[in-house]
Design a protein around this ligand. Sequence first.
Ligand SMILES: CC(C)(COP(=O)(O)OP(=O)(O)OC[C@H]1O[C@@H](n2cnc3c(N)ncnc32)[C@H](O)[C@@H]1OP(=O)(O)O)[C@@H](O)C(=O)NCCC(=O)NCCS
Length: 264
Amino acid sequence: MSTGQPPHEAPAHESWRGTRALRFAWTLASAFVVESLVIGLAVLPAALFFKQHVLWMGDLALAPPGLLFLAMAFLPAYLIFAACLMALSAGASKLFGWRPRPGADMRIADLEPALANWARYGILNHVVRVLVGPALRNTPVWVWYMRANGARIGRRVWINSLDVTDHCLLELGDDVVIGAGVHLSGHTVERGRVRTALVRLGAGTVVGVSCHVEIDVETGPGCQIGSLAMVPKGSRLKGHTTYVGVPVHELAPVTKAPIGDAVP
Ligand SMILES: CC(C)(COP(=O)(O)OP(=O)(O)OC[C@H]1O[C@@H](n2cnc3c(N)ncnc32)[C@H](O)[C@@H]1OP(=O)(O)O)[C@@H](O)C(=O)NCCC(=O)NCCS
């Protein structure tokens, strides 16, 4: 029914606010549904494994030795869950196109689709990091997960930090070692914007414990970064050179032989 009044038009900023609220809700809801599916599918084989154990044991399952045997199934069941969670989570981010690309510069307040993808990728990774990371970091399995999740990683690489994130923006050569407590990722948040760039570590680079490595950093082969150092964004560190400090500065060319190679 017409009231004779001109139709109410929301001011531009109100409709923009509505769009952002919708984007926010959609981002959270889609992440929640996909994550629930990923976790559910990862738990399923472990639950079936457990069930099979109970069926095998029949009446013995509730007797004390049987209970012990059942309890021992926890570790393999957890490992089955962990492997499935890593594979499914990495597969989901690829399937849904949630992996961030380098070179993005996104205003947080706009929550544009690329930012929503980056956030959902982060949520998927965070769940694996919390449920699997403490047990499996610094093992080849963790490197395998990072590769499946988009990182380009060479052979014999050891990553002892769960604060190495944005896997699909990382390129690590053979024999790279990343120490405990290192913070290294392919994004930074500055002045209300999220920016992304690749981080490339040349073969044999060692990042010392508790370093902070920013985006768009490249190191040459055999580069050594001392513990507690800070590598600013855009840095290019030379190969076969040691860097220390906040921000890093060159200490010296690497001249010492690796400890195991010392000639008596
Ligand atoms: C940087 C590093 C490689 C230097 O080792 P090195 O070549 O044997 O050098 P030295 O220990 O002889 O130290 C040389 C100088 O650098 C200084 N220095 C050493 N490490 C430093 C660091 N992390 N930050 C600042 N200065 C450092 C020393 O105090 C010394 O200074 P001086 O000449 O004024 O006395 C080593 O100290 C380091 O930080 N290793 C980190 C190892 C690590 O975390 N690996 C990760 C996996 S566990």
